[in-house]
Design a protein around this ligand. Structure first.
Ligand code: FES
Length: 370
């Protein structure tokens, strides 16, 4: 066998290349033989946990690991059994209660299965296998010059052979065939569902206030989410508190769940000396008690965390942070605009009431809002 110059990749059989009087040609796409991409070296293995275990301990570890695998298997079977049984019962998932129940059982069984499997495998590796140190070396990712040259030549050969420059009819019809394929993903955008149009521009606060005013009242009462109890300003007097409120009577609205999702509001008691009412909104708070939409203006998670000492409202999804003392302006994170503020005051009996709807759309800032 003759010596060959290493070009960084597998060569044609040298005898055959030499016989033909050609330079051995490299096969494109194969890794170089020197400067190895994946050259694994094994150093002398240090003693691992598996080496130190006597047979009795190893047997014990084996039994524990096998029990975990059995648990994983039982949980997976329970997952499948529950899914089949549940979807066959009462027509499957209808209503929030059914969804909660199924989430609990399906999520719980799947979590136990994955957890038991993961712990079992970890114990297997740590307790029963030998520790080894493996070194993986990496070579240059860039192809060497001969490879690049060969690629260019092959590419030009192929282009020449296809006569793409000489056959404009084929070239154009090929482009015509490819263009709709490029546009096809755009059609899938339709699957995102209908645009919200004007549905997010108003909430149930608007009609509720209008109805209250038609009945001779100043506005609609704020009721505590969960108890539906109206709230006096004096009940919410300690600075630092935050509570979720809704317009009174919202549960009787058409599509009540949708209306609640849009109208949900946080009430915060900001220290009056720190509060900076926005221009034109000086009367929209009651001694520092201020109401903002709970729907984050980023992508709509509930902005439900309030930090009493900094007066920051935090959305846990992507950490958008709003300043409750300053019209809920964004001070950190991806949200692009403030949380909308609800105008509130008190009625003759001291209950907190809203005097109008949110002046801006609640929720995420969709692109069509401009
Ligand atoms: S949804 Fe609130 S930060 Fe993303």
């Amino acid at each position: 066998m003759s010596d060959h110059k290493d070009t960084g990749g597998p060569l044609e059989p040298e005898d055959s290349a030499a016989e033909n009087g050609r330079t051995p040609r490299k096969v494109i796409g194969t890794p170089p033989q020197t400067g190895t991409l994946l050259a694994a070296e094994e150093e002398p293995a240090p003693q691992g946990a598996g080496d130190e275990l006597d047979e009795a301990s190893a047997k014990r570890a084996e039994r524990v690991i096998a029990s975990l695998f059995l648990l994983a298997s039982a949980s997976s079977v329970a997952f499948i059994a529950y899914y089949i049984g549940w979807s066959g019962r009462n027509g499957g998932m209808h209503g929030i209660d059914r969804a909660l129940e199924s989430n609990l059982w399906l999520g719980g069984t799947m979590a136990v299965s994955f957890l038991a499997m993961a712990i079992g495998i970890t114990l297997w590796v740590r307790r029963l296998m030998t520790s080894k140190q493996i070194v993986q070396q990496r070579g240059d990712l860039r192809s060497d010059e001969p490879t690049r040259q060969a690629f260019t030549e092959d590419f030009l050969d192929g282009a020449e052979d296809s006569a793409i420059t000489k056959r404009p009819l084929l070239r154009r019809t090929l482009l015509l065939a490819a263009a709709p394929l490029g546009l096809a993903p755009l059609v899938l955008l339709r699957d995102l569902g209908p645009l919200p149009e004007k549905k997010l521009r108003s909430t149930y606060w608007g009609p509720a206030v209008a109805k209250a005013k038609a009945g001779g009242k100043k506005g609609v009462r704020l009721v505590v989410d969960g108890t539906d109890k109206p709230l006096r300003a004096s009940d919410f007097a300690s600075p630092g508190g935050m509570i979720t409120v809704l317009p009174e009577g919202i549960h009787h609205a058409d599509h009540a769940l949708n209306e609640i999702a849009k109208a949900v509001t946080i009430l915060i008691n900001v220290p009056a000396d720190k509060f900076k009412p926005a221009k034109g909104r000086e009367n929209w708070h009651v001694g520092g008690i201020v109401a903002y939409s709970k729907i984050c203006t980023h992508v709509g998670c509930p902005a439900a965390l309030y930090e009493q000492t900094t007066h920051h409202i935090l959305c846990p999804c992507h950490q958008s942070t709003f300043d409750a003392t300053d019209a809920a302006k964004v001070i950190f994170g991806p949200a692009a605009r403030s949380l909308p503020q609800l105008p509130i005051t008190t009625d003759d009996e001291g209950y907190l009431i809203a005097t109008g709807d949110y002046p801006e759309p609640v929720g995420p800032s969709f692109w069509e809002r401009g």
